[in-house]
Structure formats: C-alpha cells, structure tokens
Design a protein around this ligand. Structure first.
Ligand code: FES
Length: 127
C-alpha cells in the first residue's frame, strides 16, 4: 500500500460511537463507520437494490450453536461481529467481511481503515 491509496476521512477525535462518514474511493461512495472504537468501511451500495447500506442500523451478529438432535440451538449475539442492515429492505451484512448474512456468496465490498497520527484513512484498495 502506498500513501496514494489512502483517502483521508477526518480526525479520529471527531468520531463518536456509531458515527459514519461518506467518502469517495476510486469513484465509489464508501461509508466509514465507527463501532465500539473500531472502524469499518463498506461500499455504500446495497447488493439488493443499490440502497444506502452504510446509513443503516448497526447491530451484533446472532450466532447459534448446535447442541444435539432434539435440543434447542443455543443462540447469542456476538459482541465482536458487528453487522449493518440496509435501511431500505433490511439486508444485513457482516461489517468486517461484507458477507450478506442470508447468503455468504453475496459480498459487499469492504476496505481497510487505517488510523495514523489521529487521522482516519480508507485504503483505496478493496479487501
Ligand atoms: S436495497 Fe438494501 S435491502 Fe433492498
């Protein structure tokens, strides 16, 4: 990665938890989202119908663990696996990998976010 690939977003101090900022990355609109002090960046174009997914609600992934036949599945919310849900029709994506939760073959483009000297940058190379 070279410095030319980095797109400045804004100062880390200006972000509060849940804040998001839209930036243009190589002609595409990308949403940078602060979740629990961590930063994520996704293309702001939902794979369903091009909705503004980066403006959607952030939550936690519901994970289940198979116990044994005849038993209930143990379910919980994963604190370290944030998701985002598109505000138009609710398609939800893993914020880290971009995978659509109902169909892992559908992957929303994601980008690395770097914080350097208190400034947040998006790496213009898709992950
Ligand atoms: S456009 Fe995103 S869920 Fe339909």
């Amino acid at each position: 990665m070279s410095d030319a690939d980095l797109i400045e977003v804004k100062s880390k101090a200006e972000f509060e938890d849940g804040d998001r900022e839209l930036v243009e990355v190589n002609g595409a609109e990308v949403g940078v989202i602060c979740v629990g002090g961590e930063f994520h960046a996704v293309r702001n174009k939902c794979l369903h119908d091009c909705g503004p997914v980066a403006k959607g609600q952030v939550g936690k992934k519901l994970v289940g663990e198979f116990v044994e036949p005849g038993k209930r599945v143990e379910k919980s919310y994963a604190d370290d696996e944030p998701i985002i849900s598109c505000p138009w029709h609710g398609w939800s994506y893993d914020l880290e990998t971009g995978e659509q939760l109902a169909d892992n073959d559908l992957v929303l483009p994601t980008y690395d976010v770097i914080v350097e000297d208190g400034v947040v940058y998006v790496d213009g190379q898709q992950t």
